[in-house]
Design a protein around this ligand. Structure first.
Ligand SMILES: *Cc1c(COP(=O)(O)O)cnc(C)c1O
Length: 470
C-alpha cells in the first residue's frame, strides 16, 4: 500500500515515510492510493469470531492495520499493536455498553482518559520503531485544544530519540487537561502555553511545517490529527463496534454518532464505511457544539470560517477542521487539482460552497446537528437520571445528535470520547453531585509541573524549538 497527497504533489510513498512526513510536503494531507474494501469472506470470518467472542481488539487492529502497512513485518506490527494497548485499563480496550437503546463505545480507557490515546499510544510506538531502525531523531511539534496534547505526551514520554513540543491555548483547556500535560516532567517533554486560541496554535504549527528547510533541519514530526497513522488506528474501533453490534443484535446496518472537532475521528469512520462496503456502516451522525462549521457544511453546503466560541466541550471548539481536506478529496472524485484549487480559494476567502449535487453526495454519508450547551447539559442530566450513566460533555453532544437524528430500527453507536471526570465541572453542574476521580487522576493537582507561557507568535515558538531540540 502506498500513500499520496490530496494535492497530488508528491510521488507515492510507503507507510513509514508517510508517518514521518505528517503533513505532505506539497501542503496537502496523505491518503492511501486507493481505499481498501474488505473481502466478504474476511468480514464473515471476523463476524463469526466476534459471535464466538474470540476476536480481540488487538487481533482486529493487527488485521486492519496490515491492509495499510506493508513495510513493517507482521510480527513487528503485532508487537507494536500489543504494546500500544497494554496501557489500557479495560480488557476490551474499547468496550461497548448498552445505555437505554443506544450503544456507547467507551474510547476513554487509555492513560489520559480520552479517545486520542487509542491513536497516540500506537503512533508513539511506531515513531520509536522507525527511529530505532533508521538511527534517526525526531522533534514532534503539535497544537492541542486539550486532549491531543496530553495523549501525545503520554505517547512519547521517555522515548529515546524523540522530543515533543506541545502548544496549548493558555487557560483555555480544562484544569485537568492542563495538569495532565504539565505534570509530565520527562526531559523530552516541552509544554508551551500560547496566549491565544487553539486555531492560533494550529496556524503556528502549520506555518512552521510549511518551512521545509526548517522542518528538515530539525526533523520535525507531526502528532496532531493530520498524521495518517492516527486515522488508521481509529478506523479499528468503528469496525470493532460494528462487529459487536452485528454479532449481538443481528443488525446488518449500523449508524455511528461522532462528536466532531477536527474531522479526524469521523473521517476514520468514513474510511471504515468504505472498508466494510455497502451500507453496513450506514450513516455518520456528525455532532458539533456551537462551533458549527461542519454542521453548516453538511446541512447547508457552506464551509465558512466563524469565530471560536468557548463551550463546555472545549476539544471541539475549533473553526478550521484540519482533516476536512481528506474528505474533500473524495467529494471531488479524487481530483487533486480541484482540491488544490479549493484550498487556495479557502485560504483567500475563508469560505467554500457546494452545489446541489455535491450536497447530495455529502448527505449520502453524513447527517449533522449543532448541539447547544444547554442541550448538552440537559442530555447529561437526562441520561444520568434515567440510566445512571454519566456522559462527558463531548459524548453528550454526540448522544443528543443521535437521539435527534436516528432512524428507528437502526442501531446507533455513540462514540464516548472522554471520561466524564476529565470535564468534571461541566458534568457536576449537570448532574448536581460530585464525581469521583479515577485513580490515575486523583493526585494530579499535587504533582510538580513545568510549562512556558509565550505569545502566539511563530518566530517565538520556532526559537524555542531551536533552543531545546534534540
Ligand atoms: C479531539 C476530541 C474530539 C474531536 O475529535 P476530532 O477528531 O478532532 O473530530 C471530541 N471529543 C474529545 C473528548 C476530544 O478530545
Amino acid at each position: 500500500m502506498r500513500f499520496i497527497s490530496t494535492r497530488g504533489g508528491i510521488a507515492p510513498i510507503q507507510f513509514k515515510e508517510a508517518v514521518l512526513m505528517g503533513l505532505a510536503t506539497d501542503g496537502g494531507l496523505l491518503l492511501p492510493e486507493s481505499l481498501p474494501v474488505l473481502p466478504e469472506t474476511t468480514l464473515a470470518g471476523w463476524l463469526a469470531m466476534a459471535k464466538a467472542k474470540q476476536l480481540s481488539y488487538q487481533q482486529l487492529a493487527f488485521e486492519i492495520m496490515r491492509l495499510f502497512i506493508t513495510d513493517i513485518p507482521a510480527d513487528e506490527l503485532r508487537r507494536l499493536v500489543d504494546r500500544s494497548y497494554a496501557t489500557f485499563a479495560h480488557p476490551a480496550i474499547t468496550p461497548l455498553v448498552a445505555v437505554a437503546d443506544l450503544h456507547i463505545l467507551e474510547l476513554f480507557h487509555g492513560p489520559t482518559l480520552a479517545f486520542k490515546d487509542v491513536a497516540l499510544q500506537f503512533l508513539g510506538n511506531v515513531f520509536e520503531y522507525i527511529l530505532k531502525e533508521s538511527g534517526g531523531r525526531m522533534n514532534i511539534l503539535g497544537a492541542t485544544s486539550g486532549d491531543t496534547g496530553s495523549a501525545a505526551i503520554y505517547g512519547v514520554r521517555g522515548k529515546e530519540g524523540i522530543s515533543i513540543f506541545i502548544l496549548h491555548p493558555h487557560k483555555r483547556v480544562s484544569p485537568i487537561q492542563e495538569l495532565q500535560m504539565t505534570t509530565v516532567l520527562d526531559d523530552n517533554v516541552f509544554n508551551l502555553a500560547i496566549r491565544g486560541t487553539f486555531d492560533d496554535g494550529q496556524t503556528i504549527v502549520k506555518q512552521i511545517f510549511n518551512d521545509i528547510a526548517f522542518k528538515d533541519a530539525y526533523q520535525l514530526g507531526a502528532i496532531n490529527s493530520i498524521n495518517w497513522a492516527r486515522i488508521l488506528a481509529q478506523v479499528v474501533y468503528y469496525v470493532y463496534a460494528w462487529l459487536q453490534v452485528a454479532a449481538t443484535t443481528g443488525a446488518t446496518e449500523v449508524d455511528f454518532a461522532v462528536p466532531t472537532g477536527n474531522f479526524g475521528d469521523i473521517f476514520a469512520g468514513f474510511v471504515a464505511k468504505r472498508l466494510l462496503a455497502g451500507n453496513r456502516l450506514r450513516t455518520l451522525i456528525l455532532a458539533t457544539n456551537e462551533n458549527d462549521l461542519l454542521t453548516r457544511f453538511v446541512n447547508q453546503g457552506d464551509y465558512s470560517l466563524g469565530t471560536v466560541v468557548p463551550t463546555t466541550s472545549p476539544s471541539m471548539d475549533i473553526q478550521v477542521a484540519s482533516n476536512f481536506e481528506r474528505f474533500l478529496y473524495y467529494l471531488y472524485n479524487e481530483d487533486p487539482q480541484r482540491v488544490s484549487q479549493a484550498m487556495a480559494d479557502f485560504a483567500k476567502s475563508g469560505r467554500l460552497t457546494f452545489d446541489a449535487a455535491e450536497q447530495e453526495k455529502i448527505r449520502a454519508v453524513f447527517v449533522a446537528k449543532r448541539v447547544s450547551q444547554l442541550e448538552t447539559e440537559e442530555t447529561i442530566r437526562a441520561v444520568d437520571a434515567s440510566c445512571r450513566y454519566v456522559l462527558d460533555p463531548h459524548t453528550a453532544v454526540g448522544v443528543n445528535a443521535a437521539q435527534a437524528l436516528r432512524t428507528p430500527g437502526v442501531p446507533v453507536v455513540c462514540l464516548a470520547t472522554a471520561h466524564p471526570a476529565k470535564f468534571g465541572s461541566a458534568v457536576e453542574a449537570a448532574i448536581g453531585r460530585s464525581l469521583a476521580l479515577p485513580a490515575a487522576l486523583a493526585d494530579l493537582a499535587g504533582r510538580p509541573s513545568r510549562c512556558e507561557i509565550v505569545a502566539a507568535d511563530t518566530a517565538i515558538v520556532k526559537n524555542f524549538v531551536v533552543g531545546h531540540a534534540r
